[in-house]
Design a protein around this ligand. Structure first.
Ligand SMILES: [Zn+2]
Ligand SMILES: [Zn+2]
Length: 278
């Protein structure tokens, strides 16, 4: 291999790494930063919907943001590996134009399968054998913040990042061509739901758990109870697995109703400056 070939190879790889790292960092920064900004701008509303009395400290934010950089790095490496496996013809996904309905349908399948992957890998990481090495770091955040979304140990970051290439490997082996747009929709839904689950403030409207049309979708209180307790609510997008396996927090719905209840229905004096009742 000539010096020129080596130089151009190095240039291509380094360009790719920067693009991938930038892409993976920016979606985390946009999602977590937007959620944090919303909670600051609508402070009065957010204070009334805080799930825990405790508050995250400055050192918690620092730890979460620092470890999120590390997570972004491992997500970036995994994205590079996925692209490399595609170049090698092991993983198939197409960047050509696909109908939007097909991309949305494929993304929905990817989300459903991810919910199962998350529930079971999460329960495995809670086992005595694995907890310390994999998941303890994430649980240092007793009071989640939007920045907890990527606050993982190295091992947990690898487990979380491995989902996309494993899923694409499985679909490729089955002969399905996934579209790049479906993967893009999936990763944006994933990070958006992730920061919503860690907001520390219930952002889903009152009545969510009392209608069968929405109750199957997880809320912020659902995952927050996992952080404050640790023995219940292992699911991510949906409540199905926790209900099937009997791991849902017994007071989940009561806690949600108490947090999401409009302030004018709580029988407490309405603090000055808060939003007026309709
Ligand atoms: Zn956990
Ligand atoms: Zn969490």
């Amino acid at each position: 291999m000539t010096q020129d070939t080596l130089t151009s190879l190095f240039t291509v790889v380094s360009d790719h790494i920067l693009n991938v790292m930038y892409f993976d960092f920016s979606r985390y920064a946009i999602a977590a930063g937007t959620m944090f900004g919303v909670l600051v701008i609508f402070r009065a509303w957010a204070e009334n919907r805080r799930i825990q009395e405790r508050r995250a400290q400055r050192k918690d934010y620092a730890r979460e943001i620092f470890s999120s950089f590390r997570t972004v790095f491992f997500f970036g490496i995994t994205t590079l590996a996925t692209l490399g496996l595609r170049e090698a013809g092991i993983i198939r996904f197409e960047l050509n134009e696909f109908p939007l309905w097909l991309a949305i349908f494929q993304a929905a399948i990817m989300i459903l399968v991810h919910d199962t992957y998350f529930y079971w890998s999460h329960r495995a990481m809670h086992s005595k054998r694995l907890f310390r090495a994999t998941h303890l770091h994430h649980h240092k955040s007793r009071v989640p913040t939007p920045f907890t979304a990527y606050s993982f140990s190295i091992w947990e970051a690898i487990i979380e990042a491995a989902y996309v290439p494993l899923f694409l490997l499985a679909t490729s082996l089955m002969g399905f061509a996934y579209t790049g747009l479906a993967i893009l929709i999936f990763i944006w839904v994933q990070i958006s739901r992730n920061v919503m689950q860690h907001a520390g403030v219930e952002i889903h409207p009152a009545g969510w758990v009392d209608t069968k049309w929405l109750d199957w979708i997880s809320t912020t209180t659902h995952h927050d109870l996992h952080h404050s307790g640790g023995n219940h609510n292992f699911g991510f997008y949906f409540t199905w697995w926790d209900r099937w396996m009997g791991t849902e927090h017994p007071q989940y719905k009561e806690r949600f109703r108490a947090v999401a209840k409009p302030i004018w229905q709580r029988g407490e004096p309405v603090p000055a400056g808060s939003a007026s009742a309709p």
